[in-house]
Design a protein around this ligand. Structure first.
Ligand code: HEC
Length: 98
């Protein structure tokens, strides 16, 4: 019985680990494909004052992805799914610190 619990724990942690690395990769991949043309290295080539560095609120990012504006196109759920928007937001917060 004890052994079975141990096995379940091992399986659960392995799948959690692979999920975490998968999510991180996806955020980076989406950023490079859809955002980095205007935000290379977290900057902003259209409005240099509006860089995406140092943002800590992922909701602010996912909102901006959906709404766009001020020279940024809006991305609908067909272009960037909710899960992908969340991954990109996590990637930005983690990667582009001030
Ligand atoms: C065509 C160029 C372009 C693309 C592509 C683009 N952005 Fe932007 N982004 C901008 C511009 C211009 C602004 C400034 C908008 C403003 O002044 O309101 C901006 C602003 C932002 C902001 C708000 C920064 C702040 O501090 O308020 C976030 C967050 C952001 N972009 C994230 C993204 C993400 C994530 C993607 C990819 C899914 C993306 N952008 C793709 C041009 C772009």
């Amino acid at each position: 019985m004890k052994r079975r619990i141990l096995m379940a724990t091992v399986v659960a942690s392995i799948s959690m680990m692979s999920f975490a690395s998968f999510a991180a990769e996806t955020g980076e991949t989406i950023f490079k494909a859809k955002c980095s043309s205007c935000h290379p290295d977290g900057g902003n080539i259209i409005k240099p004052g509006e860089s995406i560095k140092g943002i800590k609120d992922t909701k602010k990012i996912t909102k901006k992805i959906r709404k766009g504006g001020g020279g940024m196109p809006a991305f609908d759920a067909k272009t960037v799914s909710d899960a992908d928007a969340k991954s990109v937001a996590d990637y930005i917060v983690k990667t582009f610190k001030k």
